[in-house]
Design a protein around this ligand. Structure first.
Ligand SMILES: Cc1cc2nc3c(=O)[nH]c(=O)nc-3n(C[C@H](O)[C@H](O)[C@H](O)COP(=O)(O)O)c2cc1C
Length: 147
């Protein structure tokens, strides 16, 4: 089924007092999520573990943001920024994500992301900015597969 704009309009508001946490392997496959992550994304924990983190990628997110994310992670071991995520039910939620390395015996073994809420002005600002990026870069419209 094709991308249907109206399906994307319902926002889930991220609570102020909870952190949304996930960890991935070095390629971005999810290895851990907390209960809040599952609640906010609308998935069961089992549906997320082992899946690429792009399972919650929202079609409004420009490619260049994730390109920068992975470049910064590889170069500096961390990245932070504003992300619009896609829920299982095709709704969305905005987060401020702080991603950094997980080290074991000083060796990088995983990445972790800790997310906090974003205020209304910031959401507006980033929605406009990301719309511009997608236009400038001519990102193809991503079609969401309904299953
Ligand atoms: C620890 C960690 C957390 C991530 N969290 C998200 C996220 O919340 N939403 C998202 O769309 N991508 C997230 N990503 C980036 C994805 O791995 C992926 O690069 C992105 O969704 C774009 O998909 P693509 O690389 O298949 O184009 C995260 C990556 C890492 C390493």
């Amino acid at each position: 089924m094709e991308y249907n704009q109206s399906e994307f309009l319902i926002e889930t508001v991220v609570p102020q007092n909870e952190l949304i946490i996930s960890r991935t392997d070095l390629k971005g496959a999810i290895t851990y999520v907390n209960d809040t992550f599952a609640d906010i994304s609308g998935y069961e924990i089992d549906e997320l573990i082992g899946h690429s983190h792009n399972i919650i990628r929202h079609p409004d997110m420009p490619k260049r943001v994730f390109k920068e994310l992975w470049e910064k992670l590889q170069k500096y071991g961390k990245w932070e920024g504003v992300v619009k995520n896609l829920r299982k039910d095709k709704g969305f939620y905005w987060v401020y994500a702080n991603i950094s390395g997980v080290y074991k015996d000083e060796k990088l073994v995983e990445y972790k992301s800790i997310r906090t809420p974003v205020d209304y002005e910031t959401k507006l600002k980033y929605q406009k900015l990301y719309d511009e990026y997608r236009n400038i870069d001519k990102d193809s419209i991503r079609r969401v597969i309904y299953s």
